[in-house]
Design a protein around this ligand. Structure first.
Ligand code: PEP
Ligand code: MN
Length: 761
């Protein structure tokens, strides 16, 4: 029975209610959710649910529909995280348990433990009491084995997992072990289940050889009903008619278990397959299916193993598997953390003595945000964490010692650099002590015709070269083996704004068409260059004056008849055999994408000679996201003298403060006239000049006058908006870059540094 408590019920009232229910012989479990608190009431319930609704403080009574109660998701909707020392099973980080089937000797165990730990295993397994099919097989070292396990923990810091085969071993388990394993053969040994329930240590409950999921969960219920919630389920293969593998791994159990219970589930691919070569593929599949972890048998000399050698991985194989899992995990929102244990140690070390500063971590934003996710990936749910309402608040909390560590985003794969945080890193005396990357891939959706401009700055050459590495291009090269491809990519290419994904599709379609146009083979050329049209031109369509990035794709193919040219962008206009190479929408997509990017098309085609397809995309002078990345502050600090000229006081102050932070000696001037007067008496290495300063001199006028008495004076132009002729005129006179307000520390820092380092022409 689930009792939903009334909002605002006091702790004393709750306790009274629990007491009353317990006095009626029920087991009561309190679960505090975000929105409501519920009591799980289990045991033999004879009374009508309506009876419970009459109890003080109870808002609603709902029967639990499943035969298992405490383990059901109905009672406990949030996933449970089982803690073993610093390790948390069921959270964002995968937990891999590894070790030999049985503890064979001290030396061997330590050797294997060191090997698996170096590959990223966080718990060590090894049986001391082995449930063997034959009484003549190795039965395990017993207590001697447990002592060895305790030594392994002592030396490596890994918690140890071992099987308990009889209730008589309870005291030994209490003394030596971190996780008590209940083996497949004992899954329905109810006395043993009750016993491990009372021991209170985390339990690894293996699924029985022929147990249904419901029976398995009922066994878990036994453990929970004894008051021990720390159960980890382990699917280890079930007995089916298939004899090729030792058992049949039921991976369906992963999503089924996650739906039915809050308990975590790990997979044992070693016992499930019984064959070394099959272990890694099934381990990878298990993680892809969403398992919370794995338990894997590893042995340094499997040929000499006393049990289960044929299914034990060599350490090298285990290492490779862990690397594979590292790559797979993010797909299912998890992470394999190679420094799991060290991190926990480091975090403990950074905390001040207990009672003083809590060793919590702070992150910006709401729970569920990417920063929260990053926090979970890096530290795991077991680390106390808290959110803050802003980036600055995170820095504050760390500086004030309120939190041991903070998480802040610095690079975002969809929006680029988070400049605020680069700036805050400069402002606050804090250190970067770690890094975590989350995989974020977002698709963009919008109304048809929504302009993609302003989204991202893209370097088209990168799009071309990445396209040439795609499987699509690989297949094309194979199916058109007589066709070759040449590229001519301008290295001074300006950026364009828009969507890399969509522009890549344009290239794919145009290259695909070029290949189709040359059934007998030939050469396709992809060329990029900057193109400035000083007047509008009338071509395939009218292209206005402007700065463009030109993408040109030419072929030596059959050509397109002039009368058909106007129609080629229509849906289903295709000379290709439908079904073989496309949807018939390729060129329509090309057209729409070019239009979405504010671009234009020109086509020149001659039958029997070939086709030249030009895409004009508006150029931007902004740097692309890539070039802004990972610039280290040292790259743009300096000690030179600068003069900041700006008529707006806040703007002037910002520039003086930012450049001062980078180490420069900065003087301010409140306008062109003041700048000229200052420079008649002083010299500076560079002038940072605002363009528009009404009613006084503008940037160009100021610069002209400065040059009269300081020829060759270096300057950069900083402005919110300014007519481009005046900027160009200034650059013509020798001024350097033009950067747009509002700028970031990195932008202005880089521009200043580049100009100072530029050799006079
Ligand atoms: C084991 O983990 O070594 C073992 C004996 O497993 P199972 O109980 O799943 O057969
Ligand atoms: Mn085994």
């Amino acid at each position: 029975m689930i009792l939903v408590l009334k909002q605002g019920i006091s702790p004393a009232e709750t306790d009274r209610l629990k007491e009353e229910l317990r006095s009626e012989g029920h087991l009561v479990k309190e679960i505090k959710g975000v929105e409501e608190t519920i009591l799980g009431v289990v045991g033999t319930i004879r009374k009508d649910p309506r009876h419970f609704e009459t109890l003080p403080g109870v808002a609603k009574a709902v029967p639990i529909s499943k035969p298992y109660k405490l383990v059901s998701r109905e009672l406990h909707p949030a996933p449970s995280i089982i803690r073993v020392g610093d390790v948390a099973i069921g959270g964002d980080r995968l937990v891999v348990i590894a070790g030999p089937c049985a503890v064979e000797s001290r030396g061997r165990s330590l050797e294997i433990a060191r090997a698996v730990k170096s590959c990223g295993a966080v718990l060590f397994r090894g049986g001391a009491f082995k449930p063997r099919t034959s009484p003549y097989s190795f039965q395990g070292l017993g207590e001697e084995g447990l002592k060895i396990l305790a030594e392994v923990r002592e030396e490596t810091g890994m918690g140890v997992v071992t099987e308990m085969t009889s209730t008589s071993q309870a005291d030994l388990m209490m003394k030596y072990v971190d996780v008590v394993q209940v083996g497949a053969r004992n899954m329905q040994n109810f006395e043993l289940l009750k016993c491990v329930g009372r021991i209170g240590k985390p339990v690894l409950l293996k699924r029985g050889l022929a147990a249904t999921i419901e029976e398995w969960l009922m066994s878990a219920e036994y453990i929970l009903s004894e008051g021990n919630d720390q159960v980890i389920l382990c699917e280890r293969g079930i007995r089916t008619f298939e004899r090729y593998t030792r058992n049949t791994l039921d991976l369906t159990a992963v999503p089924v278990i996650h739906a039915l219970t809050h308990l975590p589930i790990i997979i044992d691919p070693s016992h499930a397959t019984g064959i070394r070569e099959k272990v890694s593929p099934m381990a990878r599949a298990a993680i892809a299916a969403g398992a919370d972890g794995l338990t894997i048998e590893v042995h340094t000399e499997p040929d000499k193993a006393l049990s289960d050698g044929p299914q034990s991985l060599y350490p090298e194989q285990f290492k490779q598997l862990m690397r594979d899992l590292y790559v797979i995990a993010p797909v299912v929102g998890k992470q394999l953390d190679f420094s799991y244990l060290e991190k926990a140690k480091k975090l403990k070390a950074t905390s001040a003595p207990p009672g003083k500063r809590p060793r919590k971590v702070v992150y910006p934003g709401e729970p569920g945000s990417f920063s929260h996710k990053a926090c979970m990936h890096f530290f795991g749910a077991e680390t106390p964490h808290e959110n803050r309402s802003s980036f600055r608040a995170v820095f504050e909390a760390v500086r004030e010692g309120e939190a041991a560590l903070g998480i802040i985003p610095v690079e975002n794969s969809s929006t680029g650099s988070v400049h605020d945080n680069y700036d805050l890193l400069l402002e606050y005396d804090v250190r970067i002590v770690g890094e975590v990357t989350l995989r974020i891939e977002h698709n963009l959706i919008g109304q048809p015709g929504t302009p993609l401009a302003d989204l991202r700055r893209i370097y088209l050459n990168d799009i071309v070269t990445s396209y040439l590495k795609t499987p699509e291009f690989g297949n094309l090269s194979i199916s058109h083996s007589k066709t070759s491809l040449g590229t001519e990519l301008a290295d001074d290419l300006l950026n364009v704004k828009g969507s890399a994904l969509h522009l890549s599709k344009v290239i794919m379609n145009l290259v695909g068409n070029a290949a189709e146009a040359m059934p007998a083979g030939g050469t396709i050329r992809i060329c990029t260059r900057n193109r400035y049209l000083d007047t509008a031109t009338e071509r395939f369509e009218r292209i206005p004056e402007g700065e463009y990035v030109l993408l040109r794709i030419t072929d030596e193919g059959v050509g397109i008849p002039a009368e058909e040219l106007p129609r080629i962008f229509e849906p289903f206009y295709s000379k290709k055999k439908m079904g073989r190479s496309g949807s018939g929408l390729g060129m329509t997509v090309v057209w729409n994408t070019i239009k979405d990017h504010g671009g234009f098309v020109d086509i020149q085609s001659q039958e029997g000679v070939g086709t030249r397809f030009d895409v004009f995309l508006p150029a931007t002078r902004e740097e692309n996201d890539r070039t802004q990345h990972r610039v280290v502050l040292q790259d743009y600090t300096g000690t030179e003298r600068l003069l900041v000229v700006d008529d707006i006081q806040e703007q002037r102050d910002i520039a003086v403060r930012m450049l001062g932070k980078l180490g420069y000696q900065v003087a301010p001037a409140a306008g062109g006239e003041e700048a000229v007067a200052y420079l008649q008496a002083h010299t500076v290495d560079l002038v940072v000049l605002d363009m528009v300063m009404p009613p006084g001199f503008d940037g160009l006028e100021t610069y002209r006058r400065i040059l009269d008495f300081h020829p060759g004076q270096k300057a950069i132009i900083v402005s919110g908006y300014s007519p481009s002729e005046r900027v160009k005129a200034m650059q013509h006179l020798g001024a350097g870059e033009y950067i747009r307000k509002p700028y970031t520390l990195e932008k202005i820092g880089l521009a200043v540094r580049r100009e100072l380092d530029r050799k006079p022409a």
